[in-house]
Design a protein around this ligand. Structure first.
Ligand SMILES: [Zn+2]
Length: 180
């Protein structure tokens, strides 16, 4: 019998036993093996996370620096940009707040900031009641057009964009007083 055949024979005879042994080894040491694997993954994940964080910080600093330099060179545009940014984010916040409130009150419907922008455009950026323009409002009070539910939520109105109109702060308050 050649050694190759012998080896094969030995393997055939013993492989069940070997398999059983390695299974048993795994069973006995399962927790330890899992622990080792977990530690390995954690270590690598932390390393990867550190690397990503460092890269992000480095680039954020770079972005900030170039934005600052651009701002120094263009003070008027910078003012305009930051005003627009504030406006846009204030609107985002207002829309978010309205949707959140409606959800809490279990009122049907929601709308997006784009829908709200379209709605204001449809009203030529003017209060639906007194027709004051948003530009004038912003110049006078710093507060733009507000989101008004035509049929109030408390009177079974929905929170869909079809039930929403732009009102100035004053008209919104007057209307609320009347209808609530
Ligand atoms: Zn008004």
């Amino acid at each position: 019998m050649t050694s190759k055949l012998k080896a094969k024979e030995w393997y055939l005879k013993n492989h069940e036993r070997i398999l059983e042994k390695s299974k048993e080894h795994y069973r006995k040491n399962r927790l330890a093996i899992l622990e080792i694997r977990k530690k390995y993954y954690q270590k690598n994940r932390e390393k990867q996370r550190d690397r990503t964080r460092r890269w992000r910080e480095k680039n954020r600093e770079k972005d900030r620096k170039s934005a600052r330099e651009w701002g120094k060179k263009h003070p008027e545009q910078r003012k305009e940009t930051s005003k627009r940014w504030r406006e846009k984010n204030r609107e985002k916040y207002n829309v978010f707040q309205r949707n959140n409130y409606a959800k809490r009150k279990k009122v049907e419907g929601s709308f997006t900031i784009e829908e709200w922008e379209q709605k204001k455009k449809k009203f030529n950026y003017k209060c639906a009641i007194c027709k004051i323009s948003e530009e004038e409002l912003l110049n006078k009070t710093g507060i733009g057009l507000t989101i008004d539910h035509i049929i109030p939520i408390t009177k079974k109105g929905t929170n869909y964009i079809s039930n929403i109109q732009p009102l100035c702060f004053k008209c919104n308050r007057k209307k609320s007083n009347k209808l609530l």
